[in-house]
Design a protein around this ligand. Structure first.
Ligand SMILES: O=C([O-])CC(=O)C(=O)O
Ligand SMILES: [Mg+2]
Length: 388
């Protein structure tokens, strides 16, 4: 098995929405196609990857460092003992001459390639990624369905409380029981009004609503909001302060009794370990949201899972950020607690297979080999155009 060529491009995933920190008016995403010399039905087997959402395309790092190193590696050095592609060995090749620390956009570029290599490896084996992964890194019996919650509830120009309620009703109509909305982009009084409007749609059941601050609050505001929302008994209170401010998180976790979720902007084993060591996260109720696509890929995510286990954390406490197919496979294979879903945003990259049905907030995977981009027509067209 040899890699014949790697093609890289950018796709816009922009929209008019806004969270407490950024708008998405110029959001875009790197995509790659890794073409192998394996031929099936007269066509080369190709692995695809992309970089989730929330960070911009990382083309410069891909073109100047990551892809050249992959192509320069001795093909034999990328194979496991069974002669098949081993994405973890390729990971070592693309990280050659990279110093530790400072895991900014480099982790995004490596994550894109890592995803494509896992897609390729599972396709060559003729298996959907979740079964391939479960056989190698899990117990061989993957979850057949995965808990998903619907993320949305953004701020947008002219968006009324009624619009927010209609958006959430739409999620419930699509089969979701748990929904997420943004807070921290308005003042407390307005956000409480928005939360109460959504709770009306959820029959007053706060345990079905997560709120996401996107790292906006200082400690005083975090505690003030915490006191105000604690009585609602929410599903979780997300990314309350700066993602690297572990002390803020620890102080809030001493005072806010409900579940806290964070980690979507931690991009390495070392950062995730610091969160566990110093962030006050409680293994009996809190959630880790590291997104494998943004954080050096599944190769690094497996290391993070090992670290969590060593610290007494169940994989069920992990619910990755991003709402994409890659994490859905990982969630099923590694028995995570679930996966985010974006029914209304980040097209064409986000979301699951076209035919995927959500029932009681759970979704099943397809048996398409690899990650299954081929079952997501609009995205597949963009990916195929990279190399066709
Ligand atoms: O608004 C964003 O950047 C996305 C986000 O936080 C999430 O999906 O949890
Ligand atoms: Mg978030």
């Amino acid at each position: 098995m040899k890699i014949v060529s790697v093609h890289e491009g950018v796709v816009p995933i922009s929209s008019s929405i806004r969270n407490a920190w950024i708008d998405f008016s110029s959001m875009d995403c790197s995509i790659v196609a890794v073409v192998s010399d394996v031929v099936r039905d007269g066509e080369p087997v190709v692995g695809y990857g992309f970089n989730s959402n929330g960070r911009y395309s990382a083309g410069e790092i891909l073109r100047r460092r990551v892809v050249p190193r992959l192509l320069a590696a001795d093909p034999e050095s990328l194979l496991a003992e069974d002669g098949q592609l081993d994405p973890a060995r390729a990971w070592g090749a693309v990280m050659t001459n990279e110093k530790p620390g400072g895991h900014g956009e480099r982790s995004v570029a490596v994550g894109v390639i890592d995803m494509a290599l896992f897609d390729l490896a599972a396709k060559i084996a003729g298996q959907p990624l979740y079964r391939w992964l479960s056989d190698r890194y899990g117990d061989g019996e993957p979850d057949e369905q995965v808990f998903v919650y619907a993320a949305g509830g953004y701020y947008a120009p002219g968006k009324t409380l009624r619009d927010l309620q209609d958006e959430m009703k739409g999620f419930l109509d699509q089969g979701y029981r748990v929904v997420k909305m943004k807070i921290g982009g308005a003042d407390l009084a307005e956000d409480l009004e928005r939360i109460e409007a959504v709770l009306e749609v959820l029959d007053g059941d706060g345990s079905r609503l997560a709120v996401d601050v996107n790292g906006r609050f200082d400690l005083a505001t975090a505690l003030e909001y915490g006191r105000a929302i604690e009585p609602y008994g929410l599903f979780w209170y997300e990314e309350i302060g700066d993602p690297l401010d572990y002390r803020l998180n620890a102080v809030v976790s001493e005072q806010y009794r409900g579940p806290i979720a964070t980690g979507e902007n931690l991009f390495s084993l070392q950062d995730a370990r610091n969160l566990i060591r110093y962030g006050g996260m409680r293994p009996d109720r809190d959630y880790i949201q590291v997104d494998p696509a943004l954080s050096y890929g599944l190769t690094e995510y497996l290391r993070i899972q090992e670290m969590l286990a060593q610290h007494g954390w169940s994989s069920r406490r992990c619910v990755p950020h991003g709402g994409h197919q890659f994490s859905l496979h990982i969630a099923a294979a590694l028995k995570l607690g679930g996966n985010e879903s974006y029914p209304g945003e980040f097209q064409p990259t986000g979301g699951f297979a076209d035919g995927a049905v959500v029932e009681d907030s759970h979704v099943r995977l397809t048996e398409t080999p690899g990650i299954g981009f081929e079952s997501k027509a609009a995205f597949y067209e963009v990916l195929r155009a990279l190399h066709a």
